[in-house]
Design a protein around this ligand. Structure first.
Ligand code: UT7
Length: 320
């Protein structure tokens, strides 16, 4: 009998501190109206010193474990998608494994898949479960984006927020995850980058650089193709999709994608207005919110999509 992966439970963590657009108006040459009109963002959560990628990942994990009704001892693999890890190594996943007390299982970070990191991690977890290698995988997106944006650069800092989302995928004999689709195009590497690297003088390269307008146009194009690919591979018409769970980068992109699927906005899991762009954490955060408040129900068909630096992008079609 074929093995599939199923979402067993979800969890999340958001930093306590909220920074509104009005707060940013006091620090930068920007306005609430510009940010809302161009992005849809109204506020974002910003991490305090103790709210690190590890700390937030751990909190989200405990929620997900409770939701899945399992203990850490059931976890066979840990994957943390983060562009803002605790250290180059040990990985955030290994640090988390130590805190969970489950030494022995594979644990690793996906660092450079940026905002598509969660989809990449989710896809890897799904492949390992389908192959029968493991039964239960903890998949996390955890980001402190506030520490890689230049707070003097209004074109980027207003867009991002911090947080973590966790999903537990487990083996079962009916789908589950129907398919995942991953892509990358290094030609567009300079469109979105945090160019710090080993051996580079730090000050010059620490912060994110983004060609927002170009990225916007590429995103709309590649996401449209990605939806077509995902639906075609599964022989599914867009009307069968119950929920779009998108990466939360820009409300105009999200609206465009909903339109492509002919989907009303109340069928799109949106957190952008309250959380900003939390990079690899944005999809599991949006998923967890819609699951917890009862909007997403068991048996419904979900389309998850993400895109980010690299460029990287990907999707997952999931029977929840
Ligand atoms: O998660 C990874 C994926 N990320 C994305 O996909 C982001 C995609 N891109 C976007 O979401 C949009 O391009 C942005 C929201 C980043 C920018 O919106 P835009 O409509 O593309 O604006 P723009 O960059 O073309 O800038 C328009 C104007 C410029 O002024 P001038 O040159 O027309 O005088 C900017 O300097 O808006 C100005 N501007 C701002 N004004 C007030 C840029 N940032 C701000 C700001 N407040 N925060």
């Amino acid at each position: 009998m074929a093995t599939y992966s199923q979402i067993l439970g979800t969890g999340s963590y958001l930093p306590v501190k909220i920074v509104t657009n009005y707060d940013l108006e006091k620090m930068l040459d920007t306005s609430h109206d510009w940010i809302v009109e161009r992005t849809g963002i109204r506020q974002r959560h910003i991490a305090a010193e103790h709210e690190t990628a590890l700390m937030m990942a751990e909190c989200a994990t405990h929620q997900a474990l409770t939701a899945a009704d399992i203990t850490p001892s059931h976890i066979d693999m840990i994957i943390v998608a983060t562009t803002t890890p605790e250290k180059l190594y040990p990985s955030t996943a290994c640090l988390l494994q130590q805190r969970l007390g489950v030494a022995g299982c594979p644990a690793f970070d996906l660092n450079s898949t940026a905002c598509a990191g969660f989809i990449y991690a989710f896809s890897i977890a799904d492949q390992y479960i389908r192959s029968g290698t493991v039964k239960t995988v903890l998949v996390i997106g955890s980001e402190v984006m506030s520490r890689v944006v230049d707070w003097q650069d209004r074109a980027t800092c207003v867009l991002f927020g911090d947080g973590a989302g966790a999903v537990i995928l487990g083996a079962q004999n009916k789908p589950g995850v129907l398919s995942t689709h991953l892509h990358a195009d290094g030609t567009y590497g300079d469109v979105l980058a945090v160019p710090i690297g080993v051996g580079k003088p730090v000050a010059q390269y620490t912060y994110m650089t983004m060609k927002g307008n170009q990225l916007f146009k590429i995103a709309v194009n590649i996401l449209g193709q990605l939806f077509d690919e995902t639906l075609t591979v599964n022989g599914i018409h867009k009307s069968e999709v119950d929920w779009l769970v998108p990466h939360q980068a820009n409300m105009r992109i999200i609206h465009g994608m909903a339109k492509k699927l002919a989907m009303p906005l109340d069928r799109v899991a949106i957190t952008l207005d309250e959380q900003g762009n939390t990079s690899a954490a944005s999809i599991p955060l949006a998923l967890d919110k819609a699951v917890r408040d009862g909007r997403i129900q068991r048996g419904q068909l979900l389309l998850l999509e993400g895109f980010g630096g690299g460029l990287t992008w990907g999707s997952a079609l999931v029977r929840y």
